[in-house]
Write a protein that binds this ligand. Sequence first.
Ligand code: GAR
Length: 203
Amino acid sequence: MKRLGILLSGRGSNFEAIADQVAAGQIDAEIAVVISSRPEARGLEVARRRGLKTLCIPSKGMDREAYDALLIHELRDHAVDLVCLAGFMRLLSASFVRAFPERILNIHPSLLPAFPGLDAQKQALEHGVKISGCTVHLVDEFLDAGPIVLQAAVPVRDDDTVESLSARILVEEHRIYSAAIRIVLGGQFHIEGRRLIAHPRAV
Ligand code: GAR
């Protein structure tokens, strides 16, 4: 059975959606460990309540390489096959990325490469785009970069607020994250340049 490591910093709704899919047998894997960079993260509490192995490794004030070395140690210790960033609000070092080649996924609430970084939904709204969405991508050492596994689009309405747009995007986030995990976990893809090509039976 493949083993997932979840990294989160906050609410943890993407983690919950993944955990639901795992529990329903829709993702052929188990959640080996849930690690939070913040002790107050709601996602950590949710994971505890679900009886999952949780760890809090506070990142505040820590040097990036030292922090990432701790993360690598724990993820290896738990024999994690795929690392899923689920609202994990830290940029990972090149050494972390090298430790899990093509085995780290991130979800971002915009159609990348538009609006990387913080407050993506607010950026989209302020820019005036008519369509936004979300992206699941493999992680490299750059911010919200790396080959795209799946994207989903949602309309931006004239009366949208950051909250209403975020809520519409979040529904799609929960759907495509699990689908992307299935593709990557099964190794049912190859990469050509920046393009990740999912093999037909994986989609
Ligand atoms: C999600 O919208 C996710 O896409 C975003 O943080 C939120 C976490 O929600 N991630 C980023 O902006 C990463 N750059 P959650 O904790 O409920 O899953």
